[in-house]
Design a protein. Structure first.
Length: 354
């Protein structure tokens, strides 16, 4: 009797989870198809599906070689990287906002963007690595160096698990960002040619134009690892809502959770920034939007932030390709133009609710 009585609730819960998973998959698939189909040269959904069938299962559909090349070699990897970066940066912003209890925290708070910029400039302009290191590799090294510097500075200044520790990380991030931004400007002013400076400025504003399949193999695993690690600590993040001291009183290993989650966020953001450059507002705006939709429980907030971030950045990438005919805008410009008004609305709604 007890087993039979317990079965219906479990069945209903399983069906609800299956429906939610199907809905998430449908939204993500629609966003990916839109990112592949929409552009300066529109491509039909049928053609996209036929190209995928040919590549994945050898279907043998007769297709125009140019269109097939655009879909498989350009738009598909670009859209996959956009979705992965959107999801990963949103997760990183959510982690920082939850752990630091700072509504304005995002991946750039740790100086990762500024460090990636400096690394890219040193490789491209100053020749660091003797031509053996790509720009994305230099950006990754710079991002990790910046995070290590910020973490070390926060620790030396007395940063701990409490509110004071969160404040120290914020201040260390600001100092680190200013330092690496100054280094980037110095190297460009001293050594870059006009052509190099133009290319670097485009990359620093966020750029998906050069994305290819090797970048997919970096971006997608980085975003998935961050998602899995953060989702596994959803209950711990709920406990941090009332502060690190309260989380510790509930049995959460505060120091270990902080190191794991901030480390995962920093690593993911470093990898993603090294591929795309600085893309702002995703990690700042998306977690707030997700809270308005699904509430503050991280069991639902983490996957919702990842989904919204992926769809948001894919949509921004589409706008960057079609907003000005014959020209591709840096995606960071689009996210700022869209994200700033959205964030203003969120701030006003929070003020009205308080």
């Amino acid at each position: 009797m007890s087993v039979a009585a317990a079965s219906p609730p479990l069945t209903r819960q399983g069906l609800r989870a299956a429906r939610q998973a199907a809905w998430v998959a449908a939204v993500l698939a629609a966003a990916l198809l839109a990112g592949i189909c929409i552009g300066e040269t529109p491509i039909s959904v049928t053609t996209v599906l036929q190209v995928l069938a040919n590549r994945l299962w050898g279907a043998g559909h007769a297709l125009d070689a140019i269109e097939a090349g655009i879909i498989w070699s350009y738009r598909l990897p670009r859209t996959l990287v956009a979705g992965a970066c959107g999801a990963g940066l949103a997760i990183c912003g959510l982690v920082l906002q939850s752990l630091l209890r700072n509504a304005l925290a995002d991946p750039w708070l740790l100086g990762i963007s500024a460090g990636a910029s400096t690394g890219a400039v040193l490789v491209t302009v100053a020749g660091l690595g003797g031509g053996m290191v790509a720009m994305s590799g230099g950006a990754l090294m710079g991002a990790l160096t910046a995070f290590a510097l910020v973490a070390g500075l926060a620790r030396l200044s007395g940063g701990g698990p409490g509110a004071r520790g969160a404040g120290q990380i914020v201040l260390a991030g600001i100092a680190g960002s200013q330092l690496f931004n100054a280094l980037t400007s110095f190297v460009i002013a001293k050594s870059a040619s006009a052509e190099q400076a133009r290319g670097l400025m485009f990359w620093l504003l966020g750029n998906l134009s050069g994305v290819r399949w090797p970048d997919v193999h970096l971006a997608v695993p980085a975003a998935l690892i961050a998602l899995v690690v953060v989702a596994a600590h959803a209950r711990s993040l709920d406990a941090f809502a009332f502060g690190a001291e309260s989380a510790a009183s509930l049995g959460v290993p505060v120091r270990r959770v902080q190191v794991v989650l901030i480390g995962a966020a920093a690593m993911a953001a470093a990898v993603l920034v090294s591929i795309t450059g600085a893309i702002g507002f995703v990690g700042l705006v998306v977690p707030h939007a997700a809270r308005l939709l699904v509430g503050v429980r991280h069991g639902r907030l983490v996957p919702a932030s990842a989904l919204i971030g992926a769809v948001f950045l894919i949509g921004a990438d589409i706008l960057s390709r079609v907003l000005i005919p014959g020209q591709v805008l840096p995606i960071g410009v689009v996210t700022a133009l869209v994200g700033a008004p959205i964030f203003a609305v969120i701030l006003i709604r929070h003020r009205g609710a308080s």
